[in-house]
Write a protein that binds this ligand. Structure first.
Ligand code: ATP
Ligand code: MG
Ligand code: MG
Length: 355
């Protein structure tokens, strides 16, 4: 049985482990805070479930292993400054932006980027944490401790948000899942649906963009590209060099999930175009106590992460990949009666995509 080490032991690492079993891959997620010594062998691959990590005994061990796949890509994409610079260098569309340096003031940002400017911490942000809006020209200011540590982006008046999850093998071959439509509220992903026929005309452009990035980075494995759709244009929001929340539906809706795809690429097993079964939906469970009754909803496929439940924290997700949109809507109605009232927004949104 070959072994693959994963830097990070959160839900993504656990789902990689789960996906490794049928492939006879022994996937070992490693807690970044661990003080253990791991028996890494020269022929074993190392991958990561996160783009950034602190220096700890565990991360030092894994990151110094010669077979750490994509090691040189992580620092580029983990820093929004180098990530956005790369997107510009490859002439791919993205929200206009600039670096916030020591003497950048809010007025200059408004002048260049417009009335609404979004500051984003260069590193460490996720689920919308690490963002600060400047919406009051003449009155607002860059927070003192954000200088040098942030970029500023123009607010994009997008029609909707979507993402594409792609995979690239060591031989350079790329495959992609169909575009996923995503609902983010206050920076956090609440739900996804894919594929949708009305988005098919954007697929080749999304593949060209992500393919160009993966080729340039000589990337191996699964990468996700989050986009804004503005009319028929796609603007890249951000990139994730790993399996991604917006690809969780592939566990139910494709013959090869994004987790299996990533492992195949890293383990140098054959990669093929995944086949997609039905329109799937995913509901993120955020800060909600587990309820076994969810399992009684026909078609519900629950992934519970086993983490302590805290407000705003992703603690699980539920996938559906049913034969018809009508069946999915009925299932979402049933699920709604078993979820807190704040889920009505995402469930309504999902149902409206299935009309
Ligand atoms: P993730 O959890 O996906 O890693 P994150 O914290 O890294 O999120 P972003 O993806 O950059 O942050 O932004 C989170 C959300 O904020 C986006 O999905 C979008 O809804 C909104 N957003 C980000 N950038 C812009 C922008 N330039 N204009 C308008 N809205 C934006
Ligand atoms: Mg992010
Ligand atoms: Mg994001």
């Amino acid at each position: 049985m070959s072994r693959i080490w994963v830097l990070g032991a959160g839900q993504l690492g656990q789902m990689l482990k789960h996906a490794g079993m049928p492939l006879n891959l022994d996937v070992q997620p490693v807690d970044i805070e661990s003080e253990d010594t791991f028996p890494l062998q020269a022929h074993e691959q190392v991958t990561a479930e996160r783009e950034q990590w602190p220096e700890t005994a565990a991360t030092r061990q894994l990151a110094s292993h010669p077979a750490f796949v994509n090691l040189q890509t992580f620092p580029i994409l983990a820093d929004r400054f180098t990530q956005k610079s790369l997107i510009d260098e490859l002439e791919l569309a993205t929200a206009p932006w600039q670096l916030v340096d020591n003497d950048t003031d809010a007025n200059a940002l408004h002048e260049k980027l417009g009335e609404r400017v979004l500051l984003k911490r260069r590193t460490g942000g996720y689920d919308g944490r690490g963002q600060h809006w400047l919406r009051e020209p003449g009155r607002d200011a860059v927070p003192a401790d954000w200088h040098e540590l942030a970029i500023a982006e123009q607010a994009i008046d997008f029609d909707e948000e979507m993402s594409v999850v792609g995979m690239r093998g060591a031989d350079g071959q790329c495959f992609f899942y169909p575009l996923t439509l995503n609902l983010h509220v206050n920076g956090i992903l609440l739900g996804s649906v894919a594929p949708l026929a009305r988005l098919a005309h954007l697929q080749s452009e999304a593949e060209r963009m992500l393919g160009k990035l993966m080729d340039h980075l000589d990337y191996v494995g699964v990468m996700a590209m989050e986009c804004f759709r503005v009319g028929d244009r796609l603007l890249i929001n951000e990139l994730a060099p790993r399996v991604h929340n917006s690809g969780h539906w592939t566990q139910a809706g494709a013959n090869i999930s994004q987790f299996e795809a990533h492992l195949r690429a890293v383990a140098k097993l054959p990669l093929v175009q995944p086949t997609v079964k039905n329109t799937s939906v995913m509901v993120n469970l955020v800060g909600t106590e587990r309820n076994d009754a969810w399992l009684s909803v026909p078609g519900a496929e629950l992934y519970w992460y086993g983490k302590e439940v805290r407000p705003g924290r992703k603690v699980g997700h539920i996938n559906f990949s049913l034969d018809s949109h009508a069946d999915t809507k009925v299932a979402l109605d049933q699920l709604q009666s078993l979820l807190p009232v704040n889920y009505v927004e995402v469930l309504n949104w999902l149902r409206s995509q299935l009309d």
